[in-house]
Design a protein. Structure first.
Length: 302
């Protein structure tokens, strides 16, 4: 067993996945209780701040923190599934962006301004957009997974050498991604925390920026990974519909990355468009795959 395979087994094995899940769940529960405690300490005046940001004003907002750690685990799962299936890996991207929307909903719930002018208040209108977006994404991801349902693996089947090399390359990429993502996450959080602690920037603005901390750079990195996977996939296949599908996944990831650069309805439309585009790519690819198999069978017969 090579050093890459040993490292892969250490970082991304089934056992490591289960251990990581247990650790993240414990951290999520503890962080929720700590966030909740801080909110009540501020409410009762035990802890005082010159200005209390929206994320520390309502117990509902405390749900934001454990969701952040759940997102961390989803990032790990994305890396975990990358060597196993590109489509499942892309599906994890979609699940992550959907969880970001859900997390944003919990944050915005704490600052809703209930009034008769609901559609005139920017924050309330954004909450409505996010609510509808979450529903659309949830169903679109269901359709995505329904169209990539994998068949049981044949353990007796011999994996062709080009495919084996591609799997090895994906394992290499996954192993490299783990330390890179950890470093990116630590840097992003420390950089944000130092900005809040040292500078005099508005706390509401700082906590609002929490939504894009790490994930903006994360999706930029995924674009690079997607391009590498596409290029290396040519070593084992140049089938038209697979190339187009994988190219479409890159476009989908780029749209998700661009969504972090805009706000309001455009942000939601870009996210929905990205996932619907990926879904349609899979649906059309499956139609091509069936046609390709049918034509191959006819050629064998003739």
């Amino acid at each position: 067993m090579s050093s890459i395979e040993k490292t892969y087994q250490w970082l991304l094995s089934e056992h490591t996945k289960h251990r990581s899940e247990a650790i993240i769940l414990v951290i999520a529960i503890v962080s929720f209780l700590l966030h909740l405690a801080l909110i009540y300490l501020l409410e009762f005046g035990i802890v005082k701040l010159s200005h209390v940001p929206a994320l520390l004003r309502s117990p509902i907002a405390a749900i934001y923190t454990p969701f952040s750690f759940i997102l961390v685990y989803e990032v790990y799962l994305l890396v975990y599934y990358l060597p196993k299936s590109i489509t499942v890996y892309i599906g994890k991207q979609y699940e992550i962006i959907t969880l970001i929307i859900i997390r944003r909903l919990f944050k915005d719930l704490a600052g809703l301004k209930l009034s008769t002018d609901w559609f005139a208040v920017k924050e309330d209108l954004q909450f409505t957009y996010d609510l509808l977006t979450a529903l659309v994404l949830f169903y679109a991801i269901y359709l995505f997974h329904a169209n990539i349902a994998s068949k049981p693996a044949d353990i007796q089947k011999v994996i062709p050498t080009p495919v084996a090399r591609f799997i090895w390359f994906k394992q290499l990429v996954a192993v490299c991604l783990v330390p890179v993502l950890v470093a990116m996450a630590v840097y992003a959080f420390v950089n944000w925390a130092m900005g809040v602690w040292v500078s005099s920037q508005d706390l509401d603005t700082s906590f609002k920026n929490l939504n894009s901390i790490f994930f903006e750079e994360f999706f930029t990195l995924l674009i690079i990974v997607d391009v590498l996977l596409l290029l290396f996939s040519f070593f084992y296949t140049n089938t038209f519909h697979k190339v187009i599908r994988n190219s479409g996944f890159i476009i989908s990831t780029i749209l998700l990355r661009i969504s972090f650069s805009v706000e309001g309805l455009i942000n939601n439309l870009l996210i929905v468009s990205a996932i619907l585009f990926g879904l349609l790519m899979v649906v059309i690819h499956n139609q091509y795959e069936r046609l390709h198999q049918k034509n191959t069978a006819l050629m064998d017969v003739s």
